[in-house]
Design a protein around this ligand. Structure first.
Ligand SMILES: [Zn+2]
Length: 139
């Protein structure tokens, strides 16, 4: 799947967001090294803290299917599903990406849907000096 197709998958996933409290819909599409794609949307909760981001839904779906090697993720979001600007992954999602992804892992942040525009950055761009499983091996 090319980058544009992955972005389109994230935009489609955004439509399934469950966001009755914020009205911010977020979508993600994660491409595994083997080409498999997992999508996710944000899922909110009335008690707020169980809310989970689209990126982690996609990553956890993949991990629960035994996937561990990821190539890139496309992310989009906006009020009521209207993409008006990039919607960068939150800090928690960046840390979850650090658990499974290399520094070169790509994050495609969608800026607009029509025409499709997105920014491509790497995980190390978003989370320099990241804490990884290798740090625990040094103890
Ligand atoms: Zn997040």
């Amino acid at each position: 799947m090319n980058r544009e197709e992955l972005c389109r998958a994230a935009l489609k996933a955004m439509r399934t967001a469950y966001a009755p409290y914020s009205d911010y819909y977020v979508g993600a599409a994660l491409e595994c090294a083997d080409g498999t794609v997992y999508t996710g949307c944000n899922i909110e909760n009335a008690s707020y803290t169980p809310t989970i981001c689209a990126e982690r839904v996609a990553i956890f779906k993949a991990v629960s299917d035994g996937k561990r090697d990821f190539k890139r993720i496309a992310v989009c979001g906006g009020k009521e599903g209207v993409v008006a600007d990039i919607f960068p992954p939150c800090g928690v999602c960046r840390q979850v990406m650090s658990e499974f992804c290399t520094s070169a892992f790509e994050i495609l942040m969608i800026r607009s849907e029509d025409p499709l525009q997105f920014e491509t950055v790497t995980l190390v761009d978003l989370l320099p000096f990241r804490f990884t499983p290798e740090h625990l091996e040094q103890i």
